[in-house]
Every structure is written in structure tokens, then in C-alpha cells.
Ligand binder design. Structure first.
Ligand SMILES: CC(C)(COP(=O)(O)OP(=O)(O)OC[C@H]1O[C@@H](n2cnc3c(N)ncnc32)[C@H](O)[C@@H]1OP(=O)(O)O)[C@@H](O)C(=O)NCCC(=O)NCCS
Length: 187
């Protein structure tokens, strides 16, 4: 089990639960079409953003499989994105992570830094055996990020789902606990 009771500090970031005060920062990236392009949601309206914020404020712990821990990525007091870890299976010790960053802060390794911490939590705190990440094959920045973390591409599903009204595929990346240990917290 993981419960976030205090902010997590990485080299440049603070990862912490969302609060009601984050609404405007969150809308600044959640409303952008370029951010939503390869996500299952559409760009959020202020109303939809507020509803989603209420959900995120509760996603502060992994107590049982199916739970999602979702943390705001805070850079010097501004929320510039989020990162998450879902506990897929207790029996099989599997998890899935994800990340979103305001494009205005891209290209500096900040999303990688936040996502790496979710891998650490999954492997070192929750004791997961394997963590996966999925992305649209056209989402090259996301695929590069997972490669940068040392994850292996395990699959490329072709036209496996209808995504935003058209056939879409999916890349699956994964890392095992022993690969995490061997890499020594890869950059
Ligand atoms: C996916 C996403 C987070 C990637 O953003 P990003 O800016 O490429 O990722 P990072 O912040 O980790 O930055 C990495 C880039 O900074 C560069 N970089 C600079 N300094 C760096 C450092 N200290 N450490 C690592 N990378 C660094 C890297 O080389 C890389 O550039 P490249 O991909 O052109 O080689 C972002 O595009 C996004 O949020 N998209 C919308 C939401 C989304 O699709 N999420 C993923 C769903 S699967």
C-alpha cells in the first residue's frame, strides 16, 4: 500500500496530491487540444476540468488493486502536469503509469523526471514486479520518454481500437523490477 502524506521532492519538482487551488493551473493544460490529442479525453471545459479536479483530489493512495495514485507535477509553485500509477493486479504485482506535461515546459526532461518517480514508487514502495506504459503510436514524444526510462517496447497493436472516431493502435512498453534495479534509476 502507498499513501502520500507529504510532498515528494525530485531534483527539480514537487509531486503532491492536487488541491482545489490548482484549478486554474490544471485548466491551462487540460484545455489544450495538443495535450488531449492522444489522450482518451477531449480538451476539458472549465466545468469538466473542475469535475476532474474533484476526482484527482481523492486519488492519493494505492490501497487495493484498481486504485490510481495521481500526483500534480509542481514546478516552483505552478502545477505544470500530472503523473499517475495504477495498481493493475495485486496477485501478479502489475502496475501502469502515465504522465502529462504542459507543452510550455516540454523538452527539459521534467516529465521524465516525474514519471521516473512513479516507477520508483511502484517498484520500491509498492513492490511491483512489472510496470507498463501505453501510448498512441503517433505519440513519439511519449514513446521516446518510455525508451529514455529504459522501458522495453513489448507490443505494437495495429488498429486495435476506435480512437476518437477512427481506427487507432497502441504501443505497450514495460519494465520489470529486476530491470529497474539493474538500471540503477535510469535517466
Ligand atoms: C508525453 C510528454 C509528457 C512528453 O513531453 P517531453 O517534453 O518530450 O518530455 P520531457 O519533459 O521528459 O522532456 C524530454 C525531452 O527533453 C530533453 N531533455 C532536456 N533535458 C533533459 C533532461 N535533463 N532529462 C531528460 N531529458 C531532457 C530530452 O532529450 C527530450 O527531448 P526529445 O524527446 O526531443 O529527445 C508530452 O508530450 C505530453 O504531455 N503530451 C500530451 C499528453 C500525453 O500525450 N501524455 C502521454 C500519454 S501516453
Amino acid at each position: 500500500m502507498i499513501e502520500i502524506n507529504a510532498p515528494i521532492r525530485t531534483e527539480r519538482l514537487v509531486l503532491r496530491p492536487f488541491t482545489a487551488a490548482d484549478e486554474a493551473d490544471m485548466l491551462a493544460f487540460e484545455s489544450r487540444p495538443d495535450v488531449a490529442r492522444y489522450l482518451f479525453n477531449e480538451p476539458r471545459t472549465p466545468e469538466g476540468n473542475a469535475r476532474e479536479l474533484a476526482v484527482r483530489q481523492e486519488q492519493t493512495a494505492l490501497r487495493a488493486e484498481g486504485d490510481t495514485l495521481l500526483l500534480a507535477v509542481d514546478l516552483e509553485g505552478t502545477v505544470i502536469g500530472y503523473t499517475l500509477l495504477t495498481w493493475l493486479s495485486e496477485q501478479h504485482r502489475q502496475g501502469e503509469f502515465g504522465y502529462v506535461l504542459h507543452p510550455g515546459h516540454g523538452g527539459r526532461g521534467l516529465a521524465t523526471e516525474a514519471a521516473r518517480e512513479m516507477l520508483r514508487l511502484g517498484f520500491e514502495e509498492l513492490g511491483l514486479h512489472r510496470v507498463i506504459g501505453r501510448c498512441d503510436p503517433r505519440n513519439e514524444a511519449s514513446a521516446r520518454l518510455m525508451g529514455r526510462l529504459g522501458m522495453r517496447q513489448e507490443a505494437h497493436f495495429v488498429e486495435s481500437e476506435i480512437f476518437k472516431g477512427a481506427w487507432g493502435g497502441e504501443l505497450h512498453f514495460a519494465m520489470l523490477a529486476r530491470e529497474w534495479e539493474a538500471a540503477g534509476r535510469p535517466n
